[in-house]
Ligand binder design. Structure first.
Ligand SMILES: [Ca+2]
Ligand SMILES: [Ca+2]
Ligand SMILES: [Ca+2]
Ligand SMILES: [Ca+2]
Length: 234
């Protein structure tokens, strides 16, 4: 009798594992990264490599650069376009902007964010405190300045304006008491989206339960029959 109970317990454990495996497949979520680049990665038109330090008077703007590779003050605008998989959800968003001579936290102002204040808007929604920690030493146009990559990890409040497959980006460099002469080489948008994978086999939970019950029942029945037949086999 002891051996019969042991077999029944093994059978029940097998049923539990099968059910968990099925549920695991059904709820599988796949993460995908979507990447879009705006502007050309030509080190502000200089083709200098690596693009670590350049002088602002080296910048070359080509006709198709738009507001990129253009050393000036004011509003800089561009758009990121991308396609989101049907039924997917945005779970992360990161915007990286490569700039020269952003002095929001530069040595030139020396007052912790004032008088320069560069600001960032996405579809008109402001990313607060943008560039406030972006540092550039106070140097003239003939001295090479460090190229900055400023990364914005966007929180969930921006996901709704990102959902429609495009985002208008605006950098404003004259929002402070003093206007900031800057240039932007290019920008990248990286979206992480989650997709729920489809279940390949339309097997219901009930059928698995029925199979498991049948399997345990058969096992018990077969074991009992074997126990009864054993004396006769000798
Ligand atoms: Ca260019
Ligand atoms: Ca700012
Ligand atoms: Ca500047
Ligand atoms: Ca460029």
């Amino acid at each position: 009798m002891t051996s019969i109970y042991q077999k029944a317990t093994v059978g029940a454990t097998g049923l539990t594992l099968s059910l968990f495996a099925f549920l695991g497949n059904h709820q599988q979520v796949q993460a995908t990264t979507i990447f879009d680049v705006a502007g050309d990665q030509d080190c502000f038109g200089t083709s200098i490599s690596p693009c670590d330090f350049i002088r602002s008077n080296q910048i070359i703007q080509e006709p198709d650069d738009g507001d990129f590779d253009f050393f000036r003050t004011g509003s800089f605008n561009w758009t990121h376009n991308y396609t989101l998989p049907v039924g997917s959800n945005i779970t992360g968003a990161r915007l990286t902007i490569v700039t020269l001579d952003v002095e929001d936290n530069g040595a030139g102002d020396g007052q912790g964010g004032e008088p320069f204040d560069d600001r960032l808007f996405l579809d008109g929604l402001e990313v607060l405190e943008a560039f406030d920690n972006t540092f550039t030493p106070d140097l003239d146009r003939r001295t090479p300045k460090p190229v900055n990559s400023t990364v914005f990890n966007l929180d969930a409040s921006f996901f709704s304006v990102l959902r429609d497959g495009n985002i208008d980006v605006q950098v404003v460099s004259d929002a402070g008491v003093k206007s900031d002469f800057i240039a932007i080489d290019f920008a990248t948008l990286e979206l992480t989206v989650s997709e729920t994978s489809s279940v390949p086999e339309p097997v219901s939970v009930m059928s698995i339960l029925a199979f498991g019950t049948f399997g345990v029942g058969s096992l018990l029945k077969g074991r009992l029959s074997g126990a009864q037949e054993q004396p006769n086999s000798k």
